[in-house]
Design a protein around this ligand. Sequence first.
Ligand SMILES: Nc1ncnc2c1ncn2[C@@H]1O[C@H](COP(=O)(O)OP(=O)(O)OP(=O)(O)O)[C@@H](O)[C@H]1O
Ligand SMILES: [Mg+2]
Ligand SMILES: [Zn+2]
Length: 335
Amino acid sequence: MNSLRNELKELIEQKGTKLIDAWIGPEDIKEQILAVLHSGRHLLLEGPVGSGKTLIAKELASRLPDMKVRDCGFNCLPDSPECPQCKTAQKDAPIITIPGSKRFVRVQGSPELTAEDLIGDIDPVVAFKFGPFDPRAFKPGKIIKANRKILFIDEINRLSERLQNTLLQVLQEHVITIGNFDVEFDIDTILIATMNPAEYTGVERISEALKDRLERVKITYPTAEEELEIVQRYGVKTDKEIPLKLAQEIVEIIQRTRTDKDIENAASVRATLSTWNLSQSFTTLRKDSTVSVDDIRKAARVALRGRVALAPESPYFEHPVEYIHSLVDSVLNNN
Ligand SMILES: Nc1ncnc2c1ncn2[C@@H]1O[C@H](COP(=O)(O)OP(=O)(O)OP(=O)(O)O)[C@@H](O)[C@H]1O
Ligand SMILES: [Mg+2]
Ligand SMILES: [Zn+2]
C-alpha cells in the first residue's frame, strides 16, 4: 500500500525543490519545508499574512497523483475496506477517482471550531437503529475526510486547547473518540499547519505537547527582486504595458509598509498584486495603452487604504489617508 507519506517522499526525491517553484523564495527555505515532509513529519509554516503559506500547501497537493478510493467517507483503498463504515454498512461503496489537487482538506482554525467539525458527529437516535458508523448516523469530520490527503489547518494557534489535544491524539495514537465511541483507525495524513509569527499574535497559543510534534519552518515576505517576479508571474496580464521602472516602484511602495515604524499592519503580497492589477484598469479608463505614474499612484492609494493600519503611537494614527498619500508620493516623486 502506498501511503500519503510515501507518495510525498517519492515526489520530493524525484522533483526536489522544483516541486514548490510556484512559491518564489529562498532555496534553503524550500529545502527545509521539503525535508520535513520527506521525513514524514508534520509541518508548521510560520509566516505573516499573504506570504504564500496556502499557496505552498495547495501546490504540494496538486502534485500528488490521482487516487482511487472507496466512496465511504474515510477514503478507503479499493481493496482494503478497513474503516468502520466499510466494515458495516458500506460494504459495496462505489470506487471513485480523486485528482491530486483535491487531496487537500482545509480547516480554518478558530476558537469556535468543535470536535464534531474536526472528527465527526454521530446522531445517537439513528445510531441506535443502524449502528454508530452507518452513513445515516455518522457524519465524518475534517480529519477523517483528510485520510490520504493533506490536512491543512490555518491558524492552528486559534484552536481551543481541547481541540489541540484531540488533534494530538489523532496524530499520535491514531485513535478517534467520537461521543462515547472510541474507534481505532489509522488516519494516513500529513498536517500542514500555519500560524502568524509570534511577534504579531502576542502569546503563542500552541500547547507544548502539540508543538513538540510539529516541525516549524519560518517564511517571510519576499525581497524586492522576488516580489517583482511574483507580480510579473501572477499579476493579471492585459494589453497594457507596465514599464519596468514603475513595476519596481509598486514593489517599493508595498515593501516600505513592512519596515515603516508608523505601521502596525503592513501590506502583504496581495496588496502588490492588487496595485499591479488596479493600475492597468486605471490605464484602461484613460483609454491609454501604457501605465503611467499617476495610474500607479491611484492604484496604490486604493490598495493600501483598506490594508494598512497605523500604530497608535504614530502621529498619523488619526489620519491614515494622509499617511498613505505621503508614502505613495514619496516613492513616486523620488525616483
Ligand atoms: N513568495 C511567494 N511566491 C509566490 N506567490 C506569492 C508569494 N507570497 C505571496 N504570494 C501570492 O500572494 C497571494 C497570497 O498568498 P497565500 O494566500 O498563499 O498567502 P497566505 O500566507 O496563505 O496568507 P494568509 O495568512 O492570509 O492565509 C497569492 O496570490 C500568492 O500567489
Ligand atoms: Mg492562507
Ligand atoms: Zn471505508
